[in-house]
Design a protein around this ligand. Structure first.
Ligand SMILES: Cc1ncc(COP(=O)(O)O)c(C=O)c1O
Length: 421
């Protein structure tokens, strides 16, 4: 039997106030209060309703291909010569990442609330792509906000969102990345609160978003726990995930929270260095504050303004972190570390070469940590990595770093063909 000890799981799911220790809350304009209260009420009612829970599971299975498997990375583990590394295959979901899980859940809540219009923000494009996909499937109007910088570097995902029927709006203020897309989406919600549901893409933002997205992601760890136990007859020794806002990390950590023997490690974007603006590691280098409606750790300049972030992966390029992760870190339950852009690219190359898997740059951060960690462990020990997404979306970024000449040749050829047409 799988044993449990503490009670973090209950504590988090029962936090109807939206506070996790001193973190969380809902610091929002008065005009949004009815909207957030209604969302909170329908969420807590729905998760207590068997019909809703079954319909959610069925949609995840039928539309997104759940349950996703765990894969033992045997070649890679043997090559490293230490612990066994397992990968939870969220990359095999519909639209290629874990984001679809909370998109399905939230669109079902929006339907229950009688909303007709969905808005969302996106960084890497994965959350926007998943949102556009569920909007097409569930028949809802869809508008996606995306920082201009992300709009440019994740252009293939913009193309797919538009093909799925979404309107994609590039955001041209601030640093033109995810933070600014979140602000633009909140502005839209303030202007159209009646008919709109803001389908927020991570376990961040004002209450109830952190707990709500954690609930819709927690099946990832419920499945993985059973899957690893079935193969190994024990729980993993370490579970690790990359941390942008924290939805995939909370998904893979949640069901292990009360298993004291399992060490949980969140990996942030170490980027190019420790200087502000060179990374996106908010727990490692950030300060406590209140931004975008919640109390957590944020990357801030001296005077308290939000500082610029950098990561090779657009999905981790965000200034804040889930208040639930901040709380669990303050409790000592979750440790944080960072992987650099270079370590991430190396990990991405290794898993491709030894396992035939093209992993997202976001997830390759946690794989990079696992590779280093595994070297110092025995082959009796197990590290479970959340493979939060697949790497095809990163083609242009990855190619620019690994084969710049081939990319240049390809682009020039495409442009000359376009000119000749
Ligand atoms: C594949 C993938 N993994 C991880 C993330 C980070 O988000 P979160 O921390 O909410 O899981 C993103 C964000 O876009 C993503 O696309």
């Amino acid at each position: 039997m799988i044993e449990t000890n503490t009670n973090y799981k209950t504590q988090i799911l029962e936090a109807k106030s939206g506070y996790f220790g001193r973190f969380g809350g809902a610091y929002i304009p008065e005009v949004l209060k009815p909207n957030m209260d209604a969302l909170s009420q329908v969420f807590f009612e729905s998760i207590a309703d068997k019909n809703f829970v079954n319909s959610f599971k069925k949609a995840c299975n039928d539309f997104s291909g759940r349950p996703t498997p765990v894969t033992y990375l045997e070649n890679l583990s043997k090559q490293i010569g230490g612990a066994k590394i397992y990968l939870k295959r969220e990359d095999l979901n519909q639209t290629g990442a874990h984001k679809i899980n909370h998109c399905i859940g939230q669109i079902m809540l929006a339907k229950r609330l009688g909303k007709t219009r969905i808005i969302a923000e996106t960084g890497a494009g994965q959350h926007g792509y998943a949102t556009a996909s569920v909007c097409a499937r569930f028949g809802m109007e869809c508008t996606i906000y995306m920082g201009q910088k992300d709009y440019d570097r994740q252009r293939p995902n913009v193309f797919w969102m538009e093909t799925l029927g979404a309107k994609v709006i590039p955001v041209q203020f601030g640093s033109q990345t995810l933070n600014d897309a979140v602000i633009a989406a909140f502005k839209d919600l303030i202007a159209h609160p009646e008919e709109t549901h803001y389908l927020l893409g991570s376990a961040v933002g004002p209450h109830p978003y952190p707990v709500l997205n954690t609930w819709f992601q927690k099946m990832v760890s419920e499945e993985a726990k059973e899957q690893v136990f079935k193969i190994e007859n024990k729980l993993p020794d370490y579970v690790t995930a990359c941390v942008g806002g924290g939805s995939n990390a909370l998904g893979i950590f949640f069901d292990f929270l009360d298993d004291e023997s399992v060490k949980l490690v969140g990996i942030e974007a170490g980027g190019k260095g420790k200087t502000p603006g060179e990374h996106a590691a908010k727990v490692s280098y950030g300060k406590e504050g209140i931004f975008e409606g919640y109390h957590s750790y944020f990357l801030q300049a001296e005077e308290g303004n939000i500082s610029d972030t950098h990561s090779i992966s657009a999905g981790l390029d965000y200034c804040g972190v889930s208040p639930i992760l901040a709380y669990l870190h303050s409790e000592g339950r979750i440790q944080f570390d960072a992987a650099s852009d270079v370590q991430t690219l190396d990990a991405m190359k290794m898993i491709a070469k030894y396992e035939g898997i093209i992993l997202a740059l976001e997830s390759s951060h946690s794989l990079a940590w696992a590779i280093e960690k595994a070297k110092g462990l025995s082959n009796e020990e197990i590290i479970l990595v959340n493979g939060s997404g697949r790497g095809e979306k990163d083609l242009f970024i990855t190619m620019k770093h690994l084969q710049p000449e081939s990319l240049q040749f390809f682009m020039e050829k495409q442009i000359s063909e376009l000119r000749d047409e």
